[in-house]
Design a protein around this ligand. Sequence first.
Ligand code: AKB
Length: 335
Amino acid sequence: GQQRASSTAAMAPFASQRPPRVLVTGSLGQLGIALVNTLRDRYGVANVIASDVRKPTADLPIAHPEGPFVYADVLNYPLLERIIVDFQIDWVVHYSALLSAVAEKNPAQALSVNITGFQNVLELARVHKLRIFCPSTIGAFGPDTPKQNTPDLTIMKPNTIYGITKVHCELLGEYYNEKFGVDFRSVRYPGILSYDTMPGGGTTDYAIDIFHQALRTNSYNCFLKPDTYLPMMYITDCINGTVQLLEAPSTSLTQRVYNMGADSFCPADLATAIREQFSPDFQMNYIPDTRQAIADSWPASLDDSRARTDWGWRPEFQTTDMVKVMWNGVAQQLA
Ligand code: AKB
């Protein structure tokens, strides 16, 4: 077994009690790297066990590389259970998943990773009495869902493999919560923007690619049409909101799955902002592909008032802030 880290100033929220021991699956993904960094600052390096099926590399920099990192295939139940017992895990953040565009290309793998992987972790949360956070997504909605200001409780009939797997996670998590008292928590993430870790295979990821291409070639071939509005969020807000929900007292939660929005924009908005603020002759070409149909089935904006009321959700970054921080961040990387 590992030593539990002693409390330090960085662990202010847990100064008077021992911090939780957290396992993060998919920790080398776009969100995992940022979350592990934040949780290690809050709970102590040794209390946050990063895991994945690949090795951290120079391209996948994990903060505090001296901290615990283990191989965890979420399809391997006995291995997961062993990690949970060996490290005396209290909470699991289950980030391992295939995103929308990749899932459409590999449906069998998406069903297995997104559904069986989640079921393994959820069942282990029941057996070992863990708190479990697993993100859902705007992709859990579908073409029949009201598009504007989409509420928490509405029609959920996604027509993508990704969306179907995430609705399954939401329903099963709620069932385990009601039936077995498992402390399951989830938010429906919008598209998340970050400049230092690249996303893998999402439909909202044009909003990241555009900055990398604009700064390299002053042009971008966008795979969505100019007026495709989608809910979007900067990664700092995403991680802060996730930690807020993770730490919220269970009694403050009136539901187990929450919409979490920040702002909405479309490709044309980004092209205009880049031209106005950074590069007047930036060239944008629209070449919609199969991802257009996925985007067309998703909401344009979210009603996240329950998250705001129940656990204090409040995003800091609006579209103009996101454009600025993305441009400057990518520019700095290229400098
Ligand atoms: C994707 O586009 O697949 C993800 C998501 C919105 O869940 N970024």
